[in-house]
Write a protein that binds this ligand. Sequence first.
Ligand code: C2E
Ligand code: CA
Ligand code: CA
Ligand code: CA
Length: 274
Amino acid sequence: AKGAGRGTHRFFDWIMSSRLQARRDMEAELRAALARDELELFYQPQVAATGGVVGFEALVRWRHPERGLVSPAEFIPVAEESGLIVPLGEWVLRTACAEAMRWPEPVRVGVNLSAAQFAGRDLHASVLAALQGSGLPAERLELEITEAVVLKDSPEVVSTLRRIRALGVRVALDDFGTGYSSIAYLRSFPLDKIKIDRSFVRDVAHSESAAAIVRAISMLGATLGLTLNAEGVETDAQLAQLRRLGCAELQGFLFSAPRPAHDVPQLLRELAVC
Ligand code: C2E
Ligand code: CA
Ligand code: CA
Ligand code: CA
């Protein structure tokens, strides 16, 4: 039995080390991908409740030479662990601003930020450089931060965000309702928008409690002067309910999945500019 136990142990060691190796391989590959320009941004429209596109969220993809299109769910965690997320995030910021310059005037671009980008290099300087390098007006850039950033509750993070907002850049709180951040943060944090997480949106048309939560967030947002975005809208029933509950902005497969940059003009024709 002891021998078998040791064998099992070795087997798990082998699994663990091959997993670790797979991570290292992916990390090295991702580093090369950044240098070789294999990353690409897809864009998903954000639609006003009254109709028309107000912006597009930039979502990164990895066009892998053998594996095809790799989802960020696979490589963002590796990038986060290795610190590669900082240069990757800067590439996303620069590229999104440059691509948004080709869109009609009021249409904004939303860029996801990792918490690590607040700890790494000077984020304010990176944002300013992306705006100046592209010529994109600050008002057309919106940064999406997660509750992980809010939860740090650090004076440095708050002051960085204030300086970035002073440029005219907007700040949205992503995945709202999924983490542990208290609603008290909504008062003290420099924000323009709340993005209600997909998990509430999924149930909003048939669950009284999901609808009640969205209604409460909506009232809170209105009081605090925050725009409300609902993510992951897939059905007409969800759309109708979210409109009733006061969501100003909607995003999801119902309008469009994230599409390559060259599809943006067509999406703007189909959905019209707000
Ligand atoms: P997220 O920021 O919450 O982005 C929304 C995700 O929901 C996207 O997945 C999008 O494709 C998906 N989605 C949109 N509409 C629907 C819908 O109607 N139904 C369903 N089921 N899903 C929908 P994606 O593109 O795979 O991105 C996953 C996550 O990866 C993002 O979640 C974000 O956290 C992260 N990510 C993507 N791009 C970046 C980036 O440039 N930087 C950072 N730091 N993270 C990124
Ligand atoms: Ca997001
Ligand atoms: Ca989200
Ligand atoms: Ca997310």
